[in-house]
Ligand binder design. Structure first.
Ligand SMILES: [Mg+2]
Length: 415
């Protein structure tokens, strides 16, 4: 969420004085948090206050929180109709398709555990004011990007999902758009551009620079692009500090609360079985163990964690752990070796896997698609050993199996 706020701050200096360059100063005396930041914080606050409550309550709290923040910060740069909405005694949605719905939605992408919940709540945050279908779509698209990035999806996967689900055209490069792009504060006229800036960017700052270089509604485009970039790349510590420096104590308080909230509710969530009996959440036991050891990971859905193991001579090995809570709780681990066994090479690949399966019995090798050899293994776990067993398998056994299998795979590939 701070990634969105910093994007807003950087873009604010260029909203009325557009630049089409990439090498502009990130911050200047004109930089400030605008309506994008204020409403993002208002949404975050409302969602924390109504955690696990029903849609009606969430909607009511969103209105309350946005009105309160809007009145507290009246000069943040709201559009005319939204200013009326903030002041209204009984504010009604006004069929807006403005990008106000996209600029404030990023907290949704960080809070929920499933894409369905993310889309549902993103819709709620939009429709209290921006209930035009395009207004709702813009909010859902940005929230979905944040969620998917956080869940470890690749850029291509994110792009495909957004194009298929929301029918945005993400095929045009920023270089092609830039020349003719003009100020367009609607969702369809700025959300796809923001996502494209993320798609092309090499790191968090690069995404912000690309977003601003389009011109137009710079603060909002950079805010939306920054939201996704933070979830995908993470945000450099010095930029985090700079962003926080621009917030007053009240806004910083909400930001800090949100950060803690994400961290704690994520760990304490308890799944309920049909009969209401709480069951052990092995994934959170494992991530707690990783937190204690200060090991980085990504959570994917409710029962999956992705670790990236760095090995000197093998580069980074991604290991996906899936926790299954049945009568016999177990974890399955999956990784892969990149090797193109396309077409006629496929048979050689299968033979190599068979040989490896009989030799290295810890893992199961198979060719799932033509560019990689999948390696799987599983193990029983219990509450006491889940941390150490999973870390042993993911950090030591999986990389050594891959190392041991590598020569045979390469031999099969080049034979
Ligand atoms: Mg603004």
């Amino acid at each position: 969420m701070l990634g969105a706020i910093f994007g807003d701050i950087v873009g604010s200096a260029y909203e009325h004085h557009n630049t089409k360059r990439m090498d502009f100063p990130l911050l200047s005396e004109w930089s400030r948090p605008t309506d994008d930041t204020i409403m993002t914080l208002a949404v975050a606050d409302a969602l924390m206050n109504t955690w696990k409550k029903g849609d009606m309550e969430i909607r009511a709290e969103l209105v309350k929180s946005m009105q309160q923040m809007g009145r507290r910060y009246p000069y943040a740069g709201y559009g005319g109709r939204f200013r009326g909405w903030i002041a209204a005694e009984n504010p009604r949605p006004y069929n807006s398709l403005g990008n106000g719905s996209g600029m404030r939605v990023s907290p949704v992408g960080w809070l929920y555990h499933t894409l369905d919940d993310t889309l549902r709540v993103a819709k709620l945050t939009a429709e209290v004011s921006h209930n035009h279908p395009e207004g709702i779509k813009g909010a859902q698209a940005i929230a979905a990007c944040v969620f998917l990035a956080r869940a470890g999806a690749s850029k291509e996967e994110i792009r495909k999902y957004i194009e298929d689900t929301f029918e945005y055209d993400l095929s045009k490069s920023l270089d092609n758009i830039r020349g003719s792009y003009y100020f367009n504060p609607t969702c369809p006229g700025s959300v796809p551009e923001a996502i494209r800036a993320f798609y092309e960017g090499k790191n968090y700052e690069d995404v912000i620079r690309r977003a601003v270089s389009l011109g137009g509604d710079s603060d909002t485009i950079a805010c939306m692009a920054g939201a996704v970039a933070e979830a995908y790349f993470g945000m450099p510590e010095d930029l985090k500090m700079k962003a926080l420096h621009f917030l007053d104590p009240y806004c910083r308080g909400i930001m800090e609360h949100f950060r803690e909230f994400c961290h704690t509710h994520d760990r304490t969530i308890e799944k309920e079985k049909e009969g209401g009996r709480p069951v052990t959440n092995y994934r959170s036991l494992f991530t707690k163990h990783l937190d204690e050891l200060d090991i980085k990971y990504t959570e994917i859905e409710d029962n999956m964690v992705k670790l990236t193991i760095s090995k000197e001579n093998q580069g980074a090995i991604p290991v996906l752990l899936t926790f299954n809570e049945g009568k016999v709780p177990n974890v399955s681990l999956r990784s892969y070796i990149l090797a193109g066994f396309a077409g006629e090479k496929r048979v050689a690949g299968i033979l190599a896997c068979n040989e490896l399966n009989s030799r290295l019995r810890w893992g199961r090798f198979s060719i799932q698609d033509e560019s990689k050899v999948d390696v799987e293994m599983d193990a029983c776990i219990d509450e006491k050993n889940v941390g150490s067993v999973c870390l042993f398998l993911a950090g030591l056994v999986m990389p050594s199996i891959i190392e041991a299998a590598y020569p045979a795979i390469m031999k099969a590939l080049w034979k």
